[in-house]
Design a binder for this molecule. Structure first.
Ligand code: AMX
Length: 434
């Protein structure tokens, strides 16, 4: 009692009834019309998925269970007075739709900490990965290896009743979320440092252990940055590549590990999660190319034009749904203004904000010239010494597990079916309309 699992168990009948009511009342209503353009164009604008954890408004940005990011600061508990919201509180909110009490947050921290250890063979697999294997590939490998202990896969094998699917899904989800900081830290320490990971401390919260194990725990500010980072990247409604992949693969009743590993393959794409790595690499390249730590706006504009002339995107700018500055960008900018306003890299990131939107607008085809979450995260991490850009998407992945796996628990609780949209050939489309 008092646990997250107990609360979800109480909520399930209500949510099942809500879904049933939605079906009965609105089952035959149209959400949007599919056009040929949409089928060719990455299904942009197709309202085709049910996703209860968060909703993206093109103008205002993301709301998590109804709360905007500034509202999260008001309602969620923080570890430091007036500081960043605690990731465990975010997990609770995403899973239940309810703001947790401090006691509930503490019980979740305790629960997660009791699940954090890795099987030895997974540690060995990571230790045997070559250093030049991309950290995202190592993450996928480790998550796939953790699948050995999937409680859902075993329960399915043993014939669990479909009404109980959510329970082993929940257990796998919490186990995986609990283990990801150690997986990520091992990858980081193996690839970029001495391979040694600071011991896990069961008395500390999720983000504090994560920053300790990465090797930055002596800085309280870095730990606060981790809290912010883990909260901001947790979910971005259901249609983005990592969320949709988790849903799609999970809909075949693949277990949470297999579904999440597949999603990490999607997050590893440069148009999606890998953009945070690309942003920092691109800025570092610019600074080196211009031979100054403080490039002027004119120099930055010139460099942007060169990037575009080479047929490359400006990383960290643009979005498939958003049409304004990403509030996740704003939250990180606020953190920078509070803690590191004189950092030269932050100055450059700020200057880019003033220069890039105009240049992208002038192209005439970019639907959103404003920065997204990835335009800012690297400069914050760099400030505290975490400069290894190739690692950034792994941290994104740790956070993304909160949202996509929580939704997966609900997918099973609500009995959502296997996903299987109809596809068409060019010829069959022509025949339909000629
Ligand atoms: N720089 C240059 N060109 C851009 C651009 C950018 N930042 N953003 C969009 N465009 C171009 C597109 O490539 C496309 O060109 P094309 O018609 O010649 O193929 C045209 O503008 C229209 O694209 P759009 O409808 O505005 O965007 P989209 O929905 O197709 O793609 C996104 C969205 C994010 C992939 C795109 O804006 C992009 O590539 N941005 C840079 C990469 C990035 O920051 N990704 C991270 C997104 C957030 C996340 O998932 N983590």
């Amino acid at each position: 009692a008092g646990s997250l699992k107990a609360r979800i168990s109480e909520l399930i009948p209500q949510k099942q009834a809500e879904l049933k009511d939605l079906k009965v009342k609105y089952g035959s209503k149209k959400l949007s019309e599919m056009t040929v353009d949409m089928a060719i164009g990455g299904m942009r604008g197709a309202n085709a998925l049910l996703w209860d954890l968060s909703l993206l408004d093109p103008e205002e940005g993301i709301r998590f269970r109804g709360y905007s990011i500034p509202e999260l600061y008001e309602v969620l508990p923080s570890a430091v007075k007036g500081g960043e919201p605690i990731p465990e509180a975010m997990i609770w909110l995403l899973m239940t739709g309810e703001v947790p009490t401090e006691a509930q947050v503490n019980s979740l921290t305790e629960d997660l900490n009791s699940r954090a250890a890795l099987p030895e063979f997974v540690e060995r697999i990571l230790d045997n990965c070559p250093r030049d294997l991309h950290p995202m590939s190592q993450l996928s490998i480790a998550v796939n290896a953790l699948q050995r202990d999937s409680i859902f896969a075993k329960a399915y094998h043993d014939g669990v009743h479909k009404k109980d699917y959510w329970e082993p899904t929940f257990e796998d989800t919490l186990n995986l979320i609990a283990k990801l900081p150690l997986v990520a830290s091992k990858i980081y320490r193996n690839v970029f440092k001495d391979g040694k990971v600071a011991p896990f401390d069961p008395k500390l919260d999720y983000a504090h252990n994560f920053s300790n194990m990465l090797g930055y725990g002596s800085s309280e500010e870095f730990t606060e940055l981790m809290r912010l980072y883990l909260v901001l990247h947790a979910d971005h409604e259901g249609g983005n590549v990592s969320a949709h992949t988790t849903r799609l693969v999970g809909s075949a009743l693949s277990d949470p590990y297999t579904s999440f590993a597949a999603a990490m393959g999607g997050l590893a794409g440069p148009l999606h999660g890998l953009a945070n790595q690309e942003v920092l690499r691109w800025i570092v390249h610019m600074v080196e190319h211009l031979k100054t730590k403080n490039p002027s706006k004119e120099q930055i504009a010139q460099f942007c034009h060169e990037t575009l002339a080479h047929g490359n995107v400006i990383p960290g700018y643009g979005h498939a749904v958003l049409r304004k500055t990403d509030p996740r960008y704003v939250a990180q900018r606020n953190f920078a203004l509070k803690h590191l306003s004189h950092d030269p890299l932050f100055q450059t990131v700020s200057n880019l904000y003033e220069v890039v939107p105009k240049i992208l607008t002038e192209l005439g085809k970019v639907k959103n010239p404003w920065p997204n979450v990835d335009a800012h995260s690297g400069c914050l991490l760099c400030h505290y010494g975490l400069t290894e850009a190739d690692f950034y998407t792994v941290m994104f992945g740790v956070s993304r597990s909160f949202g996509v796996l929580s939704q997966l628990v609900w997918d099973r609780a609500l009995g959502l079916p296997i996903e299987r949209p109809k596809s068409m050939t060019m010829e069959s489309i022509r025949k339909m309309f000629d």
